[in-house]
Design a protein around this ligand. Sequence first.
Ligand code: SF4
Ligand code: SF4
Length: 337
Amino acid sequence: MALVKPLVLGNVKRLFKGMGYKKLPLIAGHKLLYTCNLRCKMCPFWRRKDEKLLSIDEEVKIMDSLKNAGVLFLGFEGGEPLLRSDIDQILMESNKRFHTSLVSNGWLLKDKVKKIEDYVDHVFVSLDGIGDVHDSIRGVKGSFERAVNSIKECKARGLDTSISFTLTKDNLNEALDMVRLAEKLGVTINIQVAYDYSTAERMSPEREKLREILVAYSKMKEGKEGRYIINSKDYFIAILNSWYGNLPWICKPWITINIDPQGRIVLPCYTLSEYSGSKKVWEVDIIKIWEEFDWEKYYSCNKCALSCYLEPSLFSWKNTGLVKERIIEPMINMIGH
Ligand code: SF4
Ligand code: SF4
């Protein structure tokens, strides 16, 4: 039920309008801070110094602006969002307005889940391998065990929980085992391909090996194990077609609006702008910015395969049966890790 909460609240028209003739943001991702207690090799964010963080009032101003622009889904990420001592208040405010999700690295989650469980619809815990592989990518020993324990705790408390898994050059050998781990833990898994940010270690997977994994995932989607993978089969096919077959997808980054820790809008997408925003979201007219922005310039950009951008980009009104797979599920996958 959590997946469709905003729809049953009467937002169906808004959803359809946003996916149709008008370019409007439907999903929002907000980095609450850059600070993190882990040190992932491929991550540029923990390397940044946070300015003074926004107050609760400012966070509410962000939410009201997003709500007024018609956003339905808000996902919080970081850094590690649970490092904010007021995270429960932020989530509580969000939960009044949006379908609310949270991405955590799982280090603190087991202890803090009680504080937030009433205000989140979906929790993502990042896991980038099994045991030492995960710990080595994350840069902190013991992080795998803590993340798995957090997942178990979330599950035990009845929270909708998923693994967020980023394919890198260091974990391709475990790519399929990660799906089996999700099955064992009784949760789902969302898969991303690492993007090489300019200020982090280059960790994107080796090209040919990645192709094999993408083919294997698309086959898995046809069988029983595929139930645990949130990504659609077409997500994997689209990457294969574009990166290996010269058949690009049309990217529609306007569906997602990203807000940096200072409340600034990140355009056109958080990959290209490396999560650096310009204008404070509550000081501008989001709809006007969206109308005036030259989105067409990015139609042929296939540089990243973040599912929160790619899955909605694959949606077509010729196939409305895919609303859940292309729109609703990707909307909850605000993957910051
Ligand atoms: S990827 Fe996530 S967990 Fe890792 S350092 Fe960056 S913000 Fe922290
Ligand atoms: S493909 Fe990725 S990097 Fe390029 S415009 Fe789309 S979301 Fe941005």
